[in-house]
Design a protein around this ligand. Structure first.
Ligand code: AP5
Ligand code: MG
Length: 189
């Protein structure tokens, strides 16, 4: 089963996915982490992606889609995949529907918090793209290009909203509840 983690920069997608993966043996795939590994390794892909990331712009869709599609193809059949930071645009969402095995897309967890909370968290984290100027640009890109996915997944009946200005463990309980509900659903006959 594939669960998408959707929400603005700093909302806690990575924090929640890493915790759930550790506790339940699920697979956490963060496209931001994969890109940062490529940048540190100095690969051709990393060199191409770096300028986009430093500015807080999205890396081109075709790069991201092939990165994710090859990993989905390699997944064992019964795994639970937490897809953190992908899709982030309508073309990516459509490509995911094409790449995912039929019926495997089970859930879109939509994490929410105010811009003030997001900005304070990111400034406190201190990654290279966590300067005020880049954070504001990432938030603007999120509103414009990624937020339309909320309606996209709501239309498909996959969206579960999780208020995320709360303690990490309280949010994690909601994540576990939402994923478990999908896993426990009887297979369609
Ligand atoms: P990415 O790494 O995905 O960054 P992001 O979307 O900006 O999101 P963050 O990782 O900053 O936030 P998060 O929601 O994971 O929050 P976190 O758990 O860290 O992407 C980076 C760049 O890569 C993009 O800008 C783009 O260039 C490129 N990219 C990646 N995917 C792409 C794609 N699909 N298409 C195109 N380009 C792509 O938490 C943030 C902080 O808050 C932490 O310090 C954490 O400890 C703290 N925190 C978390 N939860 C709580 C809580 N409940 N209470 C208090 N503090 C908390
Ligand atoms: Mg993250």
């Amino acid at each position: 089963m594939i669960s998408i983690l959707l929400g603005a920069p700093g909302v806690g997608k990575g924090t929640q996915a890493a915790l759930a993966a550790e506790r339940h043996g699920w697979t956490h795939l963060s496209t931001g982490d994969l890109l940062r590994e490529e940048v540190s390794a100095g690969s051709a892909l990393g060199q191409e992606a770096k300028a986009f990331m430093d500015r807080g712009d999205l890396v081109p869709d075709q790069v991201m889609v092939s990165m994710v599609a090859e990993r989905i193809a390699a997944l064992p059949k019964d795994s639970v995949l937490l897809l953190d930071g992908f899709p982030r645009s309508l073309p990516q969402a459509r490509a995911l529907e094409a790449a995912a095995p039929s019926g495997s897309l089970g859930l879109a967890l939509y994490f929410t918090a105010s811009d003030e909370v997001l900005t304070a968290r990111l400034l406190g984290r201190g990654r290279k793209d966590d300067t005020l100027e880049v954070i504001q640009h990432r938030l603007a890109v999120y509103r414009e290009t990624t937020e339309p996915l909320v309606a996209f997944y709501r239309d498909r009946g996959l969206l579960r909203e999780i208020e995320s200005d709360r303690e990490v463990d309280a949010i994690q309980e909601d994540v576990l509840g939402a994923v478990s509900a999908v896993l426990e659903r009887p297979e369609p006959a």
